[in-house]
Design a protein around this ligand. Structure first.
Ligand code: NAP
Length: 479
């Protein structure tokens, strides 16, 4: 049922994500008058706070994590906030929570920004408190489980209280402007689509590189690793958007139908098509950093780097490798997609001594949002010693091309879509399960073959085997 929520219930309201992303995003939406005047926000967590103390807490978070120039509406935003203390495992507490939420006029949006082991008791408590009716929708933060089995358990528990049309699974990469721009690039231009297939594309690379190490995520990360933390969700969503067929219409069903077909076409891969690594001490930007085991305080087999040569078994992509890599403590922070086109079928310039380099499209997602198409051009001159060609970039820096519209963080878009009920940028159950199915297959083959992460020095691009993974196909990682 379509409704715009006028009440938002935020679980995990005192957590890191709430402080850094959710409260600042909501404050920005308020300042720009993008949410209704009557929207009330109820935060909940175990910490005993009253409304005034939570508003104080939120003010401190906004002052810390929001640029001063975006804090214009802060004082009035804080008036929207309320708080109810609750241990999500304590069923008796949900009646008081429901009383605090009250009866919204239009509807309620709930956002679970808590660890996934709290999802099942939370759903049970919401049912008990009468907070699952037709005018209630729910947003779930990742990670949704650690395997297909555990993901199904969570999905089943949520489905027991909410139909799929009212479940909003977050992958915050889908809230990023450049990720959405992939759809515009592919389907609002005639140029690329005729070439977007195995006949014209040699391979695709997707890199999500972080310079940070373990930070404060010890408990979660060591049990998860790079494959489950990054590939299972963000990386596969990027891959699906790059590889999907054109949907007939821009809506949640059509787009998600096409993405899930791609995810189901992922081939089960052999262990020799993956490389795992774990960083050892090294340097990032000239600063010494400790190794993973030093940060953790014990030995571990968790991979902090993974590179994969993936394949899609369908007509469009037959024989086109998708090289994926992600890791911590890599030399730079960047997320990018590289589409490497094939060489021209016949170079008329070869007889004049000129080399042609195949075209390449690089889509930068972070830190800079830009699109670069490398084209061949003739070096100016009289060509007495032969024709010379050179690659020249056709560059679109999104920040310059769209200097007017304000740059927003992904959660602004996603929270607004949750409040208004647009599921297009949220992940459907069948997508999550197709993602887990493929990831479980990789993990099972690692276990079967006793794969353990290779060491790499912090500040390098992972173990040398990751370089060999592409080099043996004559491909270089784009750096
Ligand atoms: P966090 O800093 O550990 O915060 C957890 C929140 O849950 C706190 O508000 C905590 O408050 C509350 N909480 C813990 N146990 C509770 C319980 N039994 N009953 C009710 N509330 C409880 O975690 P986070 O970093 O904000 O992350 C939240 C979720 O988002 C996690 O699943 C995480 O994996 C995911 N996520 C986080 C990020 C990020 O950048 N931080 C990014 C992507 C996804 P009390 O201790 O006062 O109860």
């Amino acid at each position: 049922m379509s409704f715009t929520a006028d009440r938002l219930l935020l679980f995990g309201a005192t957590g890191d994500l709430a402080q850094r992303m959710l409260l600042p995003s909501l404050c920005a939406l308020h300042a720009d008058k993008l949410v209704a005047e009557n929207l009330e926000i109820v935060g909940t967590a175990r910490q005993p706070l009253d409304d005034a103390a939570f508003r104080n807490f939120a003010r401190e978070a906004l002052e810390k994590f929001m640029p001063a120039e975006r804090r214009g509406g802060m004082a009035t935003f804080l008036n929207r906030l309320h708080y109810q203390s609750l241990d999500a495992n304590d069923m008796a507490g949900y009646e008081a929570l429901a009383a605090k939420v009250g009866t919204p006029e239009q509807g309620l949006a709930i956002f679970l920004s808590t660890a996934p082991n709290l999802f099942e008791p939370t759903i049970a408590g919401l049912s008990r408190g009468g907070l699952t009716g037709e005018k209630v929708r729910i947003g779930l933060e990742k990670p949704l489980g650690t395997s297909l089995e555990t993901s199904c358990e969570i999905n089943d528990a949520v489905a027991g209280a909410f139909p799929e049309a009212r479940i909003f699974r977050i992958d915050h990469y889908l809230g990023k402007e450049t990720v959405q721009n992939l759809l515009a690039l592919r389907f609002a231009n005639i140029l690329f689509e005729p070439l977007w297939n195995a006949a014209h594309i040699d391979h695709v690379q997707i890199t999500i590189a972080e310079t940070v190490g373990l930070e404060s995520r010890v408990g979660y990360y060591d049990g998860a690793g790079a494959l489950r933390d990054m590939v299972q969700n963000h990386m596969l969503q990027l891959l699906a958007l790059v590889a999907m067929e054109p949907p007939a219409i821009f809506n949640a069903t059509a787009i998600r139908d096409e993405k899930v077909k791609v995810l189901r076409a992922l081939r089960l891969i052999d262990p020799d098509e993956t490389v795992t690594g774990q960083y050892r001490k090294g340097a990032i930007n000239g600063q010494p950093v400790p190794g993973y085991d030093d940060e953790l305080g014990q030995d571990s087999d968790t991979e902090t780097f993974v590179a994969i040569k993936a394949h899609l078994d369908n007509w469009r992509w037959k024989g086109v490798p998708f090289y994926l890599r992600t890791g911590k403590r890599l030399p730079e922070r960047k997320t990018e997609i590289v589409i490497q086109f094939r060489p021209v079928p016949h170079s008329i310039f070869a007889s004049r001594g000129a080399l042609t380099v195949p075209n390449r499209l690089v889509i930068g997602i972070q830190p800079e949002e830009n699109i670069t198409l490398s084209l061949m051009a003739k070096v100016p001159g009289l060509d007495r010693a032969g024709i010379r060609l050179r690659e020249v970039p056709l560059d679109i820096a999104m920040a310059d091309a769209f200097a007017g519209p304000m740059k927003r963080i992904a959660y602004e878009r996603l929270l607004l879509d949750l409040i208004e009920g647009d599921q297009t940028l949220f992940v459907r159950r069948d997508e999550v399960e197709a993602q887990w199915d493929w990831i479980d297959g990789i993990r099972a083959s690692w276990a079967e073959h006793g794969v353990r992460p290779k060491n790499y020095t912090a500040g390098t691009w992972g173990p040398s085997a990751a370089i060999a993974l592409t080099e043996r196909d004559g491909v270089h990682w784009h750096e």
